[in-house]
Write a protein that binds this ligand. Structure first.
Ligand code: C2G
Length: 133
């Protein structure tokens, strides 16, 4: 049983997120998503449209996702890898070579998958605002 772990806010779920989750699951047999809490989003400087419970409910409906745990701190990742016996941590390429992930390479595989172009939660919000004008 190869266990995969990924992190994120996953707000206003879009096909960039879905493609990340699909490819992450394809790297193993069991995908854990560490979902940023509302409090951690504040630390990240992100204001999600949906709160944690709603973002969790939406993610639970995605066939690739097997377990959702809270992400509440930058420094919980190594504990997560050990607690859940994670084999692979996967992130989009915007995180490539980030010290927030690279150190995990001593404990598990770390894989960066190409980020899907031309879609983001920010772009969705901006496009909606443009169409309202
Ligand atoms: N993503 C992607 N393509 C996009 C948008 C997002 O592949 N067009 C990926 C990101 O690279 C990330 C995941 O989808 O791996 C979730 O994206 P966000 O919710 O924006 O996550 P982020 O705020 O980067 O949180 O501790 C790590 C952080 O919690 C990561």
């Amino acid at each position: 049983m190869k266990r995969v772990l990924t992190y994120g806010t996953f707000d206003l779920l879009h096909y960039g997120h879905i493609r990340l989750l699909k490819r992450a699951k394809a790297l193993g047999d069991y995908l854990i998503v560490a979902l940023s809490t509302d409090e951690f989003n504040e630390i990240k400087g992100k204001k999600a449209y949906h709160n944690y419970e709603t973002r969790k409910e939406i993610l639970e409906a995605i066939r690739y996702v097997d377990l959702i745990i809270p992400e509440y701190d930058w420094d919980q990742k190594l504990d997560d890898v050990k607690t859940y016996h994670v084999d692979v941590v996967v992130m989009g390429s915007d995180w490539k070579d980030s010290p927030k992930f690279e150190y995990l390479k001593d404990y598990c595989e770390v894989v960066y998958l190409d980020r899907t172009e031309n879609i983001s939660t920010t772009k969705i919000k901006e496009d909606i605002m443009k169409n309202l004008k």
